[in-house]
Design a protein around this ligand. Structure first.
Ligand code: ZN
Length: 490
């Protein structure tokens, strides 16, 4: 939620590798695109649960990822934040294991994690293969129902409320909240994954029961198992454990489409505690499975990724207007998304100066396109990141699940790379010109009303030793927008 930190987009290993050091498997030389396909197998149970199994005998362990098509997108006003609440609840609400979920898993040498986004909630388990029947029984327990005792609900309400308050101590997080609510007028992407504070304080138990019943259905999930198993046996074990959980009624599709934006929107957040002026600029873009999406991945890399990116070179390195730039596409999304450019100004410098230079650089990309060298660098980097994710069993489980949900099925794995490889300079020019218009833009600025801001002329020679957050979040383990349980015990 640190909006000033450039997220590493989805191309990271989703999850924390517990305490394990066992998960690294050797890989050979960098593969060509077609080689990136994984020889997984799939089966869909009668209750609608989709299962993907990949045999990987490199270590005697397994990774299970359960990808639920349940995110803050499935909430409504008055009951926002429930997807994230359930990410917590699922570690304490099962009838059999209750709040002993982690204890039992750890007793088998396993570990786990989970994250919530606008579109999905994902639960990840890592464990020695001998623990498979137990882990599946634990998943059965929390897929079968929740025990909503008042005590549990109130305890966890306080935990997520305190997570919200902690996040919002950062003025950048409040700016992000305001920005989303301005950029979206209709679609549920307009609130953060954490939800609105008043909703967190006021959900009723019936809201929780309704949300669980509607969304936590086997027919809304993909279970990915990667590890030291025989696929046929694994399918049989999974079916034995989870096959009896009843299918639920199909949810009503989310039919809200954010109307086209026809004019720039600007909002200001004044905060006497804000240390540096910030501008959060965003443009509406397509959804993840759109043919233009790979072009936006390339555009993000050219403009924002790393030291050599254009906005970093111009605004931070050469001109010293900003202490940091970040942003990019907002994670894998089922519906039309946003692309942001986030500027943290040098102390005392107004955000208009940074905005103007960022827009000039974007206009230059639309007019002249990327250089051959830039395009090559970006494509190489994407391929390398992809290959890096395929080096571990948890990386493979995550990428299979993510591809299954957002790219039309796990079999499209290598197509994701091929589509990026196919992006041309003309594609970049065309999509940049189409997306980054003034009319399609929302800008939220953070200002400290007790400070005077000025243009760049007076900034020269100013002191600057501000500490800004790490710029590239290279080690982020969660997809953009994801919330993971805080340290206070889920
Ligand atoms: Zn949380």
């Amino acid at each position: 939620m640190k909006w000033t930190t450039q997220r590493t987009r989805g191309l990271v290993v989703a999850g924390v590798v517990g305490t394990g050091t066992l998960f690294l498997a050797a890989v050979g030389p960098v593969a060509r695109a077609g080689d990136l396909d994984l020889p997984a197998q799939e089966k869909t149970l009668e209750n609608g649960l989709k299962i993907v199994v990949l045999e990987d005998h490199s270590i005697p362990n397994c990774a299970i990822n359960i990808w639920w098509r349940v995110g803050s997108r499935n909430e409504h006003v008055g009951a926002t934040g429930l997807a994230h609440f359930f990410e917590h609840m699922m570690f304490m609400g099962g009838a059999k294991y209750g709040d002993q979920f982690d204890v039992v898993m750890e007793s088998q040498g396993g570990s786990n994690n989970a994250f919530t986004t606008f579109d999905n909630t994902t639960y990840q388990d890592w464990f020695p293969t001998t623990g498979l029947p137990l882990i599946l029984d634990m998943e059965r327990d929390r897929m079968s129902g929740m025990v909503f005792s008042t005590e549990k609900v109130e305890h966890e309400r306080e935990v997520v409320h305190s997570e919200y308050r902690g996040d919002m101590e950062d003025p950048g997080a409040r700016l992000n909240e305001l920005f989303r609510a301005t950029a979206y007028t209709s679609h549920p992407y307009q609130w953060d994954v954490l939800g609105w504070e008043a909703d967190i304080k006021n959900w009723k138990q019936s809201d929780l029961e309704e949300f669980y019943t509607a969304n936590y259905a086997p027919n809304n999930a993909t279970l990915v198992l990667v590890g030291d198993v025989k696929a046929a046996e694994a399918f049989a074990e999974i079916e034995k454990a989870l096959g009896a959980i009843p299918r639920k009624a199909e949810r009503r599709p989310i039919h809200t489409i954010e109307p086209e934006q026809k004019g720039e929107r600007r909002v200001v957040l004044e905060d006497a505690n804000a240390s540096l002026p910030q501008a959060l600029c965003g443009w509406h873009i397509c959804k993840t499975d759109d043919p233009d999406f790979p072009v936006l991945e390339v555009i993000e890399d050219i403009l924002l990724d790393g030291e050599s990116s254009r906005l970093n070179q111009a605004l931070v390195e050469a001109e010293g207007l900003c202490l940091g730039v970040g942003g990019g596409w907002q994670g894998h999304q089922f519906d039309a998304s946003l692309f942001t450019v986030e500027l943290t100004m040098r102390d005392g410098l107004d955000t208009a100066t940074g905005e103007r230079r960022a827009y000039e650089e974007i206009a230059k990309l639309a007019k002249d396109g990327p250089t051959d060298r830039e395009l090559r660098r970006v494509k190489n980097k994407n391929r390398a990141e992809f290959v890096r994710r395929l080096q571990t069993i948890d990386g493979k489980a995550a990428i299979l699940g993510e591809t299954d949900l957002f790219f039309g099925g796990w079999k499209n794995l290598s197509k994701r790379i091929e589509r990026i490889e196919a992006v041309t300079a003309d594609d970049v020019k065309r999509v940049t010109a189409k997306v980054f218009t003034q009319a399609n833009r929302t800008v939220a600025t953070l200002v400290n009303p007790t400070k005077t801001l000025h243009g760049p002329a007076k900034a020269a020679g100013g002191h600057e030793d501000a500490d800004e957050d790490d710029e590239d979040g290279e080690d982020d383990e969660m997809p953009e927008g994801a919330k993971k349980p805080g340290g206070e015990g889920r």
